[in-house]
Write a protein that binds this ligand. Structure first.
Ligand code: PHE
Length: 453
């Protein structure tokens, strides 16, 4: 039997509640905003294939490991690591894994909130009919007009951060569960509808070829790194969010099963987003590698032309905002639970403090689309650097440490106990992936991207 203890922060009402919350964390801007644009930037098919392999062979095994750690430790990631390291007779340095997660969460939230602000801004635009009859030049102008104006970006960024802090301050569970259970299926439906539109009106055949015909000549060491980093980002792995959610997971629930459900839902949403966007990109002669503005420059074209597009457009950006909201909440959970546990801060104070720091950092991202557009370090803007550092370095590093800790430091008996699996083929496959394959793959991809191998 797994341990019967529960977390001081509460517990999910059951299996479905965990699945909803973890899916809420996983499905977000990463799937709908980021996946299509990095696929476009990295040449399509071969990149998508590497991404899918990373989800299957690295993401899913590490997600199981991260949930397992959370459920066994039942505290904030830092204290969970301290407790489990003690249990395994390992050093307290493992706490650093928790600290790195807290920092990664802050950094990601700082730019995540800015982009979520774009979604908010587009709710307003859709509602005021800005997409009606819009053309290619129009959508490009609309987007450039938004990101070029730092004051407006700051306003939307502030609004989104306040929304996040309010939910976190009031304790996540109830509201989140209901919001996610209604909104996720709706978002899914709208995406299916958009794919339907793309099949009817866009260049669907070319999009499918672009996304699924692997041309390995387009694959560089850096694009493999981006695909791997994104598999961590999109599944919310490597920074403690899933560990925290695992810490609220009742002990009788199968970790393997819930992981599969979350990973499949997350991947399907990303692929649907790609299939909704690329047909329009190709039929309208847009640039697949247009970068972070890609969905904001393609979908309004569809909304502007389809029957009922004004309403569907509003609904889409509302759903996107909600998807981002439920992810943002999980991004500051590690920091908040840590402050509550170690600094005895009330939850609300902890939420406001963390939200404020992330908000402040977000100003750098706001400016990197206008005033600081030409200010670069290592050839990247402030936003690109933050994204690169967190997604491609910190999250995979966190995942690497999680896999090493679980597979090499913890006792095998404890793993079997937590996973509630027999010591059969499935367990052994997972154990192999987490013990050898995942850590080796992360290290090889890191070294390859900097040209060492
Ligand atoms: N998975 C979220 C998304 O795809 C982002 C996220 C990353 C959330 C890391 C929590 C932790 O949008």
């Amino acid at each position: 039997m797994a341990t019967e203890s529960t977390s001081i922060h509460g517990e999910w009402s059951g299996r479905l509640a965990f699945i909803l919350a973890a899916t809420g964390s996983a499905v977000g801007l990463g799937n709908i905003w980021k996946f299509p644009y990095i696929t476009g930037e990295n040449g399509g098919g071969a990149f998508v294939l590497v991404y899918l392999l990373c989800i299957l062979l690295i993401g899913i095994p590490i997600m199981m490991a991260e949930i397992l750690l959370g459920r066994r430790g039942r505290q904030s990631p830092m204290n969970t690591m301290a407790t489990l390291a003690r249990e395994a007779g390992a050093g307290q340095a493992w706490k650093l894994l928790g600290i790195m997660g807290v920092v990664a969460g802050f950094l990601i939230l700082s730019f995540y909130s800015v982009v979520a602000g774009w979604a908010l801004a587009y709710v307003e635009r859709a509602a005021t009919g800005a997409f009606t009859g819009i053309d290619k030049a129009g959508v490009e102008q609309l987007f450039a007009g938004l990101v070029g104006d730092w004051e407006r970006l700051l306003g939307w960024h502030t609004l989104f951060m306040v929304m996040t802090v309010v939910v976190v301050a009031r304790g996540v569970r109830k509201g989140l569960e209901t919001a996610v259970s209604v909104l996720m299926p709706l978002l899914f439906l709208i995406l299916v509808l958009l794919v339907g539109y793309a099949i009817a009106q866009g260049d669907f055949a070319r999009a499918v070829e672009f996304m699924f015909r692997a041309d390995f000549s387009k694959l560089t060491g850096e694009s493999i790194l981006v695909a791997m980093g994104h598999s961590f980002f999109t599944l919310s792995l490597g920074m403690g969010a899933i560990m925290i959610y695992g810490s609220y997971l009742p002990s009788h629930v199968s970790i393997g099963q819930v992981t599969l459900v979350v990973a499949i839902a997350d991947t399907v949403v990303a692929l649907l987003a790609g299939l909704a966007i690329f047909p329009i990109v190709f039929s309208q002669g847009l640039e697949a590698g247009a970068g972070p503005g890609l969905i904001f420059q393609t979908l309004p074209l569809a909304f502007g032309q389809m029957p009922g597009g004004a309403i569907i457009g509003v609904m889409f950006f509302v759903m996107l905002t909600f998807a981002a909201w439920s992810s943002a909440i999980s991004l500051i959970e590690p920091a908040v639970t840590w402050l509550v546990e170690n600094m005895s801060m009330p939850r609300a104070t902890a939420a406001v403090t963390t939200g404020f720091i992330a908000w402040l950092l977000g100003i750098g991202t706001v400016l990197s689309f206008n005033e600081w557009r030409d200010v670069t370090w290592f050839g990247r803007t402030f936003f690109d650097n933050l994204d690169f550092l967190t997604t491609n370095i910190m999250l995979p590093l966190g995942g690497l440490l999680i896999s090493i800790f679980v597979a090499w430091i913890m006792q095998r008996a404890h793993l079997l106990d937590e996973l509630e699996m027999p010591d059969g083929a499935v367990f052994q496959l997972w154990h192999f992936l987490i013990r050898f394959f995942a850590p080796a793959a992360v290290i090889v991809i890191f070294l390859n991207s900097v040209g060492i191998i």
